[in-house]
Structures are given as C-alpha cells and as structure tokens.
Design a protein around this ligand. Structure first.
Ligand code: N01
Length: 544
C-alpha cells in the first residue's frame, strides 16, 4: 500500500453485495445518511445466490422465512412460488430489493477488495481493490459470506484432465449440458445432495464419489398455495417477532420433550410425522435433546438409517450410504429431494472413496485405489474454506500492521464474532464466533446489521472516532463460544464448522452455538451498557 492520503474518503466501505452487504448499505446510506460503497466481485447482487447456480440449488430454509423483515411493504409485496426458494427465485428477490431501494448505485460490481489496512495516523481504513481503487473509510464492514471461499481439493493430475470440471460454488451462468455424458460428482454435502438427483436425471451416467455418508432428510419441496401465503402475510409481524427471538431464526418453537421420555412407538410416530413434513423441522421440532445428548441423538440417527435401508433397493449400496461415524446434526443437516431414491436408478453408481481414496485425476477421468472411472464432466461439490477463508483471501491489517490471518492462525478470534481486537472500526456481519450458519441467515444478518448501524449512530452522537474490542472482552467471548460448543454434539464430527475439511486448518468450532435469541440478548445488553467491552476513543477536539 502507498502512503499517499489524497484519495476518496467515505464513511464506510462494505465488502460483498449479498443479503448482508445490501442491507448494510441501506442502513448506512438511507437510514444513517452516511457515504458508503459496497465492493462486489460479481457483476450483480446476490452473493452466494449469484455464484451457486448448480442444478437443484435452492435454500433449505422455507421461503417465507428466507427474506428480509425490515420493511413491511417489501414482505407484503413479494410472493414466493414454492415451499423452498430456488436459486433463480432468490436472485430475482434480491434483484427486486436492489431495485426497490435503489441499491445498485451504491455498489461497485466486478471489483474485489484485495487489501484493507488500518491507518493509525488517520484513524481510517485504507482499502484497495483489484480494479485499482484506493479509498479511505472510517468503517470497514465485511459481508463476505460464511461459505464463499470454494475449495477444490488438491488432487494430483487435475491440470491434465481433458474433460470439463466445475465447483458447485462457481457454476457457469450458461449452465452445463450433461446430456449423453458420463459425469462424476465428488462430495455429498448440502450442495452434492441437491445436485446429484438433478444431474442423474440429465446425464447418461453418474458416478458419485462419497467420502463420508451423511444424514439427509426429505425436503418435501412443492408449490405453496395462495391461501398459505395469504395467511403468512397476515401473520408476518408475529412470525418475524418469533423468528427474531428464536434460537435458530425460525418461528417453529422449541420442543420440550426428551427423546428418551417416550416409548418406542410414540417416538417413531413423532419422527415419522416430522419426516413426512420434511426439512429442518425433523431436527428442530421433534425432541429437545437430540442435539445435545448422544443417546437421544442415536434414536434419530437410527430412524434415518432405517429410512435409508427402506428406500434403497440394493443392500450393498444402502450399507455404503449409512452414516455411522458422527451424530445426526453434528454436521450441517442435509435436506434433499429424491436423494436416496436416485441410487435406485440404473444410470447411477456410488463409489466409497473413504476405503478406496481418489489417487489421481487422469486425462479421461479419475483413478481411485480400486480402479479407473472415465468421466466427461467432474463436479466438485467439495465445499468451502468456511467462515475464515473469505477473510484470509483479503490482506487485512489492524493496529501495528497486525495481519488478521496471523491473529487467526490458531482459530478465529473476535468479540461477539463481530469485532476483532486490534482492528478498530472493523465489523464482520455473521463473522466467526456469531450464530451465523447455525441459524436461518436473513434474521441473523438483520440482527448484525442493525447492531452495527446502531453502534455507528451511537458513535456519531457521542463524538467517538474509533471503537475497538478490548482484548479481555474478546478472550471471554472466544472462551464462551468454545464452552458452548463443547456442550453440544458438534465436536464429534469432522465438519467444516470445525475446519476439518481443510488440510492444516486448526480444529476450532467457528460459529456460536448458543442460539440467535441468547446472542441477541447479549448484544442488546452490551449496547445498553454503552457498548461494554469496546474501547471508545473521542475525536480530537477541533481547534478554534
Ligand atoms: O460442502 P460440504 P457443501 N475428497 O463441506 C466432500 C451451505 N449450503 O458445498 O464429509 C473427497 O458440506 C466432503 O466429504 P467429508 C451449508 O451450510 C447450503 O455441500 O468431508 N471428498 C463432503 O461430502 C453447507 O453445510 C445450501 O468426508 C471431499 C463434500 O465434499 C455448506 O454450504 C446448499 C474432499 C463437501 O460438503 C457447504 O455445503 C448448499 C476430498 N478432498 C450449501 N473434500 C442450502 O441451503 C471434501 N469432500 C440448500
């Protein structure tokens, strides 16, 4: 970075124009009246929904909950077509929001932020982009997404592959023609289980390369009736209120019964009803203890295994698909449409790469320890460098030139998952250490954006120049995040929540497992106490 200070100055720079960056821009510009710019790598709004155009991509949260709640008219005027929002529809929704609030004029597209350094001499962030922009901003705010840094595993030989290959998170806008092709999908997480049934229906032949069998629950996707949508719209105030003050960002309510307090028949009936209803309700509404008690969890896990055995015609394939090495819900619960049924198709094979790992990508396909597979297309549904990857791709430096990626070398650290100590006036929307991915994202994002916006308003009213998390407050929060995770079953899986999918990444549980409701209360208390845990510094008095 150069030291020249004659450059454009803004109140705030925001990185990313997804759900988070768009709402942040609205708050900064239209509510607080500040100058703000969003830098976005894509050529339009949408964030994760701009990039993830793979076949079958849709959100696992129900449509009527996967939207902004901050504007009542917006909620009333938008009508979803299905139980779950499909990727093109979410993109249309976000485009509508951008039009409605005239957001695009505040967003610079096709621009990646490459560096953000805190200039102590100026108390400003100096931000650089790959398009040569240099901007000074009082506030540096990230809306970079939790699962945006795609991960293609380093497998020997990929550079020699003569077929077509794609990562689900960077899908070609024009789509991929699978007709008449032999396709391989590597990875069976959320993206894989959505893409596999659709690709199977289009390709000549599909081979799925599975490392870890996972638990997936049917979505029961379908259209929604106008009556249902009308009812939702009438009740939106109440629904949003419940959502805001819930653990998982949904209005479903918390179950009170233990899975161990009912007899086998009643338990099976409850699981069966939730299985029929589909989606996250199976995890969230059946029993109070399946996410914390291993014995209770085993009952849910065994129910799902029984469904897999029932569904799959070939017992050997069923056996390969049975998840056994981690509790249900300890990896992100998967929600699918016809996933298990897909293995009954004649044109689909399942290859277990836990026991016979991929050794090499060849010119015509790939080779596992057990044999060669000829493939015209390889789809990497291999996930992301979650939560920290997007930060590490930017050269972020705080006080004394400290690099964020060095501060986070042993795992991410930030007060409330929002503010890393030593990085004044930097705020992360859904950063590591916040509820983020463990909750329905839009209400979680809205909570963060409103906290940040209120904080910035408070600083203006009190003439504060900088806000910086105190190291003690950060330590305490990080210890609390770790303690909370240790009381759950999350620690028992090799998940991306723990960084286990990235070789060499420290094993630290990154999101906050205490719930959005508890987190919101904590943030509100901190704000009410004058932003306790932050060192606030006033502006230098202006000399007469
Ligand atoms: O990624 P994942 P994803 N060799 O990390 C396998 C959100 N999301 O893109 O389990 C072989 O979950 C890996 O195997 P294993 C959601 O939060 C939401 O599917 O590590 N295989 C796994 O099977 C989700 O959690 C939605 O052993 C390798 C798969 O690839 C997050 O995004 C839709 C491998 C990766 O699964 C990420 O989901 C999509 C290797 N080297 C995503 N490396 C909706 O709301 C990885 N794998 C619908």
């Amino acid at each position: 970075m150069t030291t020249d200070t004659s450059r454009e100055e803004l109140d705030a720079v925001v990185v990313g124009a997804g759900f988070a960056g768009m709402y942040m821009l609205y708050q900064l510009r239209d509510v607080l009246g500040l100058s703000a710019r969003v830098f976005e790598a894509g050529d339009d709004v949408g964030g994760t929904w701009y990039w993830n155009r793979y076949p079958g991509a849709r959100c696992d949260s129900e449509s009527y909950l996967y939207c902004y709640s901050f504007d009542k008219d917006l909620a009333q005027e938008w009508t979803w077509s299905g139980k779950y929002p499909e990727q093109p529809e979410i993109l249309r929704y976000l485009s509508h929001v951008a039009d409605r609030f005239d957001l695009r004029r505040g967003i610079q597209f096709e621009t990646r932020v490459t560096a953000a350094h805190f200039r102590e001499d100026l108390n400003r962030w100096e931000i650089e982009t790959d398009q040569g922009d240099r901007v000074l901003a009082r506030y540096f705010i990230t809306g970079v997404g939790c699962i945006s840094a795609g991960q293609v595993p380093e497998i020997q030989g990929l550079e020699n592959y003569e077929g077509e290959w794609h990562h689900t998170g960077a899908w070609p806008h024009e789509g991929v023609d699978f007709a008449g092709k032999r396709v391989g999908v590597i990875g069976t997480g959320s993206s894989g289980v959505q893409a596999i049934p659709v690709i199977a229906s289009q390709a000549d032949h599909l081979t799925v390369f599975q490392r870890t069998p996972q638990y997936t629950v049917p979505a029961r996707h379908g259209t929604v009736t106008p009556e249902f949508l009308e009812e939702v719209k009438e009740q939106y105030d109440e629904i949003f209120e419940k959502t805001r003050f819930s653990a998982g960002g949904t209005p479903y309510g918390e179950p009170e019964r233990s899975a161990l307090d009912v007899d086998d028949e009643e338990r099976r009936d409850i699981y069966e009803a939730a299985w029929e209803e589909g989606g996250f309700r199976f995890l969230l509404t059946t029993f109070s203890d399946i996410r914390v008690d291993r014995r209770a969890n085993d009952t849910a896990a065994e129910f799902i295994r029984s469904k897999i055995r029932e569904t799959i015609d070939d017992p050997d394939t069923a056996e390969k698909l049975l998840p056994r090495d981690h509790p249900f819900g300890s990896k992100r619960t998967l929600i699918d449409t016809n996933y298990y049924e897909t293995y009954n198709r004649d044109n689909v094979d399942l290859v277990d790469i836990r026991h016979a790992p991929i050794e090499e990508i060849t010119a015509n396909g790939l080779r596992t320890r057990d044999g060669d597979y000829e493939l015209d297309v390889i789809v990497f549904a291999t996930g992301y460098d979650g939560m920290t990857g997007a930060f590490n791709r930017i050269d972020i430096r705080g006080r004394d030139g400290e690099r964020l990626r060095e501060k986070w070398a042993e795992g991410p650290r930030a007060y409330l998952g929002l503010s890393p100590a030593g990085f004044p006036n930097m705020f992360m929307i859904t950063g590591p250490g916040s509820p983020s991915v463990l909750s329905n994202m839009p209400p979680t994002i809205e909570q963060h954006v409103e906290y940040i916006s209120d904080f910035i308003a408070y600083m203006g009213e009190h003439n504060f120049e900088t806000a910086e998390a105190e190291a003690d407050a950060e330590d305490e929060w990080v210890a609390h995040v770790n303690q909370t995770a240790s009381e759950t079953l999350y620690m028992l899986a090799d998940s991306w929540y723990l960084g286990a999918n990235i070789p060499g990444k420290p094993r630290v549980f990154m999101p906050y497992a205490g719930g959005l409701d508890v987190y919101r209360e904590k943030c509100d208390e901190i704000a009410a106490a004058g932003y306790e845990g932050y060192a606030l510094h006033s502006r230098e008095p202006i000399e007469a």
